[in-house]
Design a binder for this molecule. Structure first.
Ligand code: FEA
Length: 159
């Protein structure tokens, strides 16, 4: 059974301040937590669950990476190339792990999910953090107090 401390609790330390990014990161945290909540110790159940959700999960991760990369390009963030490389390496590792899991090698739903969790948390803390301050500088504060990067911010950041 799942030990509760596997679950991630969202905290301000993960926050970029930019709503679009934070919403996506929260969704990723939810996704990992959902996967932990389906660790039952029953192989068949876990495989069925995994097969149901894994394609959507990978699509969501890719969508998030594309969002970050587009914003980096648009705002001329100079860590773009290094960051994109990390995203690509991770996707390759995920694909390898999926193959292993499906082939019944080593991995369990629990170890697979822990791999996702560890990567996501350390990537946000080490890599994503590098653009947090930069994005905050170029973003506009909306009436509700949330930061967003609009086309005018992108034009201003690019000059
Ligand atoms: Fe650079 Fe964002 O990517 N969060 N994750 N994973």
């Amino acid at each position: 059974m799942v030990v509760n401390n596997d679950l991630i609790t969202w905290s301000d330390k993960f926050s970029s301040g930019v709503k679009l990014i934070d919403d996506q990161h929260k969704e990723l945290v939810e996704l990992v937590n959902e996967m932990f909540n389906h660790v039952t110790g029953n192989d068949l159940q876990e495989h069925n669950y995994f097969n149901r959700v894994i394609n959507d999960a990978v699509s969501y991760v890719k969508k998030h990476f594309t969002t970050e990369e587009k914003l980096m390009i648009a705002t001329k963030f100079d860590g773009y190339a290094e960051h994109k490389k990390e995203h690509e390496t991770f996707i390759l590792a995920v694909v390898e792990n999926i193959k292993d899991y499906e082939a019944g090698k080593r991995l369990t739903l629990s170890t697979f999910t822990r791999f996702l969790k560890d990567w996501v948390l350390s990537h946000i803390a080490l890599m994503d953090k590098k653009y947090f301050e930069y994005f905050k500088k170029v973003a506009t504060r909306k009436a509700d107090g949330k930061l967003s990067i609009n086309s005018e911010d992108i034009r201003n950041a690019s000059v």
